[in-house]
Design a protein around this ligand. Structure first.
Ligand code: PLP
Length: 406
């Protein structure tokens, strides 16, 4: 899964270019930077690699989501539909612009259930945030149709699915805007960083200003001459981080190729067991292969398998999201109680609590049976074989014990 595993001289070289000049900031200092503009280069590379018209780098994926929502005009009074299985950044970003996170069920794609999205629409719904979890995509045709019918903004959180596609288009470039995260564990990394991609010029222009205190970047070499058409924040990436990303994006195809190969080998081993099924992928060709996500028949069996893997010391790298504190609604007590440091408007607070405390039994039925195995770039064939066989042995052991106890 993560590009950091193959850290190399290429990343060091790009970072060293920046260290040579000492200009660590992405804007200004034109004279001293000797033509080194890593952030701009990376934005151009992102547009070319993923087929987006515009790209705006940010300091994190979370900042990218927040920026995208502001640039898309989402804020006070708006409801944003988002899945109950995602990373906490989804609702953090929605709350950061003062909108209401409306959590809805996921299905066996591990992403938004389109029927649940439809049911959650109210006159206040402004946007749908599709999160392409664990390397693979949401049902984009269904979500695009819903958004079109109800005139909603579609924002894609593709932070976990860099390099994935849907019907030939890169994930993150299909909706009104999309985001990647380049944090340390993502498919390609900057150390910390993120990007907003969009084909809409005004969404890009607003993102560009918003991430840099509202600067319009029209003052030439003098930042003091820039105007501020609106209020922004500082969500800038640094040149050091962008330099790492620039090396990594040039290696992305290599990373994705290894992921695909390792994924296929591991999946084939797990598929030997008839009781194991796999996540449904709306466009199987477009998987980025960063995880194999698999299901067991019941929550009880899954939990027993997880416990046995833990006992045998083979759990690391395998994720049982159902019990995980930062990916699934079940453990988001801070959200369910709306615990924020700054006080929220009482109406917003009540809505947050309401939407986080709904019934997610349909998602529990999926997530309680799901284990995701992260695909490493540095595994050897022998290691994959051994890992796969150990997992298979654990599953067989648990299944035989369960049938004995029946
Ligand atoms: C990693 C991630 C983010 C946030 O990215 P950061 O760069 O860590 O802020 C957002 N959404 C999803 C689904 C992620 O996995």
């Amino acid at each position: 899964m993560p590009g950091f595993e193959l850290w190399s001289d290429k990343e060091r070289k790009e970072v060293n270019d920046v260290l040579e000049t000492g200009i660590l900031m992405r804007y200004g200092f034109d004279g001293s930077r000797k033509g080194i503009w890593k952030s701009k280069e990376l934005e151009t590379a992102i547009c070319e690699t993923f087929g987006s018209k515009y790209a705006q780098l940010t300091s994190s994926g979370t900042a990218a989501l927040t920026t995208a929502m502001s640039a898309l005009g989402i804020g006070y009074g708006d409801e944003v539909i988002t899945p109950c299985f995602t990373f906490v950044a989804s609702f953090e970003a929605i709350l950061s612009v003062g909108a209401v996170p409306v959590l809805v069920d996921v299905d066996d794609t591990l992403t938004l259930n389109p029927a649940a999205v439809r049911k959650a629409i109210t006159p206040k719904t402004k946007a749908v945030m599709a999160v392409h979890m664990c390397g693979s995509m949401a049902d984009m045709d269904a979500l695009l149709a819903i958004c079109k019918e109800h005139n909603l903004v579609l924002l894609e959180d593709a932070c976990q699915s860099i390099g994935g596609t849907y019907k030939g288009k890169s994930l993150g470039t299909i909706g009104d805007a999309g985001t990647f995260s380049f944090d340390f564990v993502k498919t390609m990394t900057c150390g910390e960083g993120g990007v907003i991609m969009t084909n809409r010029e005004e969404v890009y222009t607003k993102s560009d200003g918003y991430t840099d205190h509202g600067h319009d970047h029209k003052g030439g070499a003098d930042r003091g001459a820039d105007l501020h058409p609106f209020i922004g924040y500082n969500y800038r990436i640094s040149e050091l981080h962008a330099a790492v990303g620039l090396a990594q994006i040039k290696r992305l195809n290599e990373f994705l190729g290894i992921q695909k190969k390792n994924h296929a080998q591991l999946k084939n081993i797990l598929a030997q067991i008839p009781e194991v099924s796999f996540r449904r992928i709306p466009d199987p060709e477009g998987d980025s292969y960063s995880f194999v996500s698999w299901f067991l028949p019941t929550e009880e069996i899954t939990r027993a398998v997880v416990n046995e893997m833990k006992a045998q010391g083979i759990l690391p790298g395998n994720f049982y999201w159902f019990d995980n504190n930062w990916h699934y609604i079940r453990k988001w007590d801070h959200l369910k109680n709306s615990i924020t440091l700054n006080s929220l408007h009482p109406d917003l607070k009540a809505q947050v609590i309401h939407h986080a405390s709904k019934d997610f039994a349909a998602s529990d039925g999926v997530m309680g049976r799901c284990i995701s195995t992260a695909i490493s770039l540095v595994w050897t064939e022998e290691q994959i074989q051994e890992k796969g066989e150990k997992i298979v042995a654990v599953i067989k052991k648990v299944l035989s014990e369960q049938s004995v106890s029946l």
